[in-house]
Design a protein around this ligand. Structure first.
Ligand code: NAD
Length: 354
């Protein structure tokens, strides 16, 4: 295989465009085709490159005709399983956007098949690749804070954006807010704790957003805030604090990992990393830089670029995906457990649903 990797983008809406913009920055990466049933989305994709893209309404035609090495799946969550079923008929490398699927059952179905897929199978978990988060992970792994005991992740942000066909207004299409949005944070919890979750307790609601919206007479059913506590192996406790009517926040993500020797925190988009050592109460803060062009290519603090550099390397070197289908499944499972706990008011043991 040459060093040029040819990509097809399946689903060229907001996130598909972010993938195209980032791939355009990588030497040896060439987006050659898009598939999307919505003409306007394909048109916008074409505006992002200075060559003619092959355009398909149906991803099956792209898989058959476009001669791509890899596809990026950025179609709505509830379409991932069916699109992947067709990709599994090929040897094409795949990066599938999060959440892997909307249900544990579908994610398990995909993970079982991904294990035998000949190409690289990678789940898009961009938050892992934000530079301040990557640095926090390094500090935790390097022992700066001693034995990790507590991990707190706060996302305080703006409401869900409008999407093509309003697919993200209903749980049946997204898997629910804690699957759709928060699978990123549950993935980070597994990564940072280096442990598996045992139990989830959650409380949440749709309190402020979407209350007056109607789609064909139906009111959205997506939650806009909640707290999720996750007990991990080894007695590590993790908390997610999600609020989606908090656009008046200085930072969108704040992560604090605390161990027996100290605490490390990061703040995004401020891009600061703060390390505090209990001994001597020594606290230092540092700015973690990301290239401005890369920052401008997407809405995820430069992470989509870093993810694609690594995905391309895995394709060329034949190395395993850094985010496997099993990782995608487990992130969906914690999100599904949170949704279940909110609906029932009861804690959920992961062993009972996985
Ligand atoms: N990693 C992240 O932080 C992040 C951020 C945003 C979205 N996403 C994920 O990306 C995916 C797309 O979200 P979006 O925000 O771009 O939504 P969007 O509505 O902006 O775009 C989705 C596009 O997919 C198209 N589509 C629908 N069915 C299709 C099919 N079968 N084949 C090909 N295209 C199809 C739609 O016409 C639309 O153009 C979702 O899975 C979402 O969860 C991830």
């Amino acid at each position: 295989m040459s060093d040029i990797v040819r990509y097809g983008i399946i689903g060229s809406g907001m996130m598909g465009h972010e993938h195209i913009r980032n791939l355009e920055l990588i030497e040896g990466a060439e987006v050659v085709a898009v598939s999307d049933p919505f003409e306007n989305s394909r048109w916008w994709a074409q505006q992002l490159v200075d060559r003619e893209l092959q355009e398909y309404e149906d991803h099956r035609a792209l898989l058959r005709k476009a001669n791509v090495d890899a596809v990026v799946i950025a179609s709505p969550n509830h379409t991932h399983r069916d699109v992947l079923a067709d990709v599994f008929e090929t040897d094409i490398h795949v990066l599938c956007e999060k959440p892997l699927c909307t249900t544990i059952e579908d994610a398990r179905w995909v993970a079982d098949r991904a294990a035998n897929h000949h190409g690289v199978f990678w789940v898009g978990m961009e938050y892992r690749y934000m530079a301040p988060i990557a640095r926090l992970l390094e500090e935790v792994r390097g022992g700066t804070i001693g034995r990790l005991r507590m991990l707190a992740i706060r996302e305080h942000r703006y409401p869900f954006l409008p999407k093509v066909g309003d697919w993200n207004r209903f749980n049946e299409n997204t898997g629910g807010t804690f699957v759709e949005k928060c699978c990123h944070f549950f993935d980070l919890m597994r990564l940072i704790t280096n442990a598996e979750p045992l139990r989830v307790y959650a409380s949440g609601a749709m309190d402020v957003n979407h209350l007056d919206e109607r789609y064909d007479g139906r009111q959205p059913d997506i939650l806009d805030n909640g707290f999720v506590t996750v007990d991990f192996e080894g007695g590590i406790r993790a908390l997610l604090d999600l609020c989606m009517f908090a656009e008046a926040s200085r930072n969108e993500q704040e992560i604090a990992a605390t161990g027996d020797l100290g605490k490390v925190e990061c703040f995004i988009p401020e891009a600061t990393l703060v390390v505090g050592k209990r001994e001597g109460r020594d606290i230092t803060a540092e700015t973690i830089d990301t290239d401005a062009t890369v920052l401008a290519a997407g809405a995820h603090h430069g992470s989509t670029f870093v993810e694609h550099v690594s995905f391309r390397r895995a394709i060329l070197d034949g190395t395993p995906a850094e985010v496997s289908a099993e990782d995608g499944l487990r992130a969906v499972a914690i999100g599904a457990a949170a949704e279940q706990s909110i609906a029932t008011g009861q804690p959920v043991d992961l062993a009972s649903i996985l």
